[in-house]
Design a binder for this molecule. Structure first.
Ligand code: 6PG
Length: 483
């Protein structure tokens, strides 16, 4: 008898994924570099299903039904490369290696090509939902070949989270080679922005209104009943209502305000820069973590940089809270629109056939950014699969237009009173930039032409031109045309 599927890497994500598979009736081979972890899984969870533990990679691979499927759940980077190499040694043509870690999509592309040369299938799969998701239903974003998806899909559909609305499993074939990890990367970038806008709203309630954590938790609970309804808003309310077990103080107040990051947000921004996609919300959210983490720099600044505020007052606290809700929602829409634009540009660049509406669909349950409004994103791409920008869809255009006055009040108030709102503010600037008929980019072009003869285009004629700035300032056409 042999196992239907294997999981190697028995840290919590790997063991939970293996248990999830076992709960669905699959025979699961399990393996870990050090056998003690595998034994611990058997000791603690062996009765939950049929597990086939192995001590060596060779035995692990041999315990699998052909064509074999082995999921790797180890640290991204070098550890993943090492495990792939070990598995590949014992695998046979047609077998499938799945990497369920947070790997960089370019690594996945490289690995997929290398495995293809050895007639092995390699699937980079984004897995979202944390420990709880891995156990009870994650959102799964597999890339790789269509053939691999055919073999994997029954299992992945079984173990994935099911959307509340229609019971559909939160997984689909994202696209070839690195597409799955690319989409997971952008998911994480959006996650960063989502967390930051929630935190900016929290900060304003705490600092501008002086509300305590419990009162702010109540506000988030109310917001969770409307358009903002999402996992992140829900857990924010729970966290704010939690009191520290040691001191009895609100838990959030005893945590150091230094946000960490493991890199996926930065990758989203780096990749966006390469692709030329403005993901300003995600970038500001990522930088906000860096700002918070540089303790020495903050201490130096605190000594000498003054607030010099305009000291605006809030007349109506409830109105201010309602404004914050809209500022949060609008900024969140910007971050999602930018994230989807990055996926769209990535698909174009790497030749992936990604259905954007389906990406919103498979994020409806299981993943960290699961939210009510994802259905609206799917509908927008159903209405117009070639949509240039999510915000240009009629539903979203109206939704964001409706937030604008409140959004401006919040950003203006924050600026006047010296509160940092990097994502609220930069998202509003982005909004005003894309809707502006004319941008100062014209002046930038003129400057470029002055110092580097980089040429410019005219509003009233075809062609490219250059001015002899330091000579007679005559204009010449540079693209060979008549002018
Ligand atoms: C998920 C999360 C998960 C993890 C991130 C967080 O979708 O389940 O995104 O992948 O929580 O790695 O990353 P940071 O440590 O950088 O915040």
């Amino acid at each position: 008898d042999s196992a239907d599927i294997g999981v190697t890497g028995m840290a919590v994500m790997g063991s939970n994924l293996a248990r999830n598979l076992a709960h669905h009736g699959y025979k699961v081979a399990i393996h870990n570099r050090s056998a003690s972890k595998t034994e611990a899984v058997i000791d603690e969870h062996g009765s939950e299903g049929e597990f086939f533990p192995s001590e060596s990679t060779e035995d692990f691979v041999k315990s699998l039904k052909k064509p074999r499927v082995a999921i790797i759940m180890v640290k991204a980077g070098k550890p993943t490369d090492a495990v792939i190499e070990e598995l590949a040694q014992y695998m046979e043509p047609g077998d499938i290696i799945v990497d369920g870690g947070n790997s960089l999509f370019t690594d996945t592309r490289r690995r997929e090509a290398a495995m293809k040369d050895r007639n092995l299938n390699f699937v980079g799969m984004g897995v979202s939902g944390g420990e709880e998701g891995a156990l009870n239903g994650p959102s799964l974003m597999p890339g790789g070949s269509k053939d691999a998806w055919e073999r994997l899909s029954p299992m992945l559909r079984d173990i994935a989270a099911k959307a509340e609305e229609d019971g559909e499993p939160c997984t689909t074939h994202v696209g070839a080679d690195g597409a799955g990890h690319f989409v997971k990367m952008v998911h994480n970038g959006i996650e960063y922005a989502d967390m930051q806008v929630i935190s900016e709203a929290y900060d304003m309630m705490a600092r501008a209104l002086g509300l305590d954590a419990h009162a702010i938790g109540d506000v988030f609970e109310t917001w969770n009943e409307g358009d903002l309804q999402s996992f992140l808003i829900e857990i924010t309310a729970t966290v704010l209502h939690h009191d520290d077990v040691r001191t009895g103080r609100p838990f959030v107040d005893i945590i150091k305000d230094e946000a960490a990051q493991k890199g996926t947000g930065a990758w989203t921004v780096q990749t966006a820069l390469d692709l030329g996609v403005p993901v300003t919300g995600i970038a500001e959210a990522t930088f906000a973590r860096s700002v918070s983490g540089d303790v020495d720099q903050r201490a130096a600044a605190q000594k000498v940089l003054e607030a010099r505020t305009a000291d605006e007052k809030i007349d109506d606290p409830q109105q201010f809270i309602d404004d914050l809700q809209k500022a949060l929602y609008a900024s969140k829409l910007v971050a999602y629109a930018q994230g989807f634009e990055e996926i769209s540009k990535g698909a174009e660049t790497y030749d992936w056939d990604i259905n954007l509406g389906d990406m919103a669909k498979i994020w409806r349950a299981g993943c960290i950014i699961r939210a009510k409004f994802l259905d609206r994103i799917t509908e927008a791409y159903d209405r117009d699969p070639g949509l240039k920008l999510l915000l240009a869809d009629p539903y979203f255009a109206e939704a964001i237009n409706d937030c604008v006055p409140a959004w401006r009040r919040v950003v203006a108030f924050a600026a006047a009173n010296g509160f940092p709102v990097p994502v609220f503010a930069s998202s509003l600037s982005y909004y005003d930039a894309i809707r502006s008929e004319r941008l100062p980019a014209a002046l930038v072009q003129a400057q470029r032409d002055y110092f580097g003869a980089h040429t410019y285009k005219r509003v009233d004629d075809e062609g490219s031109y250059h001015v002899e700035w330091t000579k007679d300032r005559s204009e010449t056409r540079t693209d060979g045309g008549q002018g």
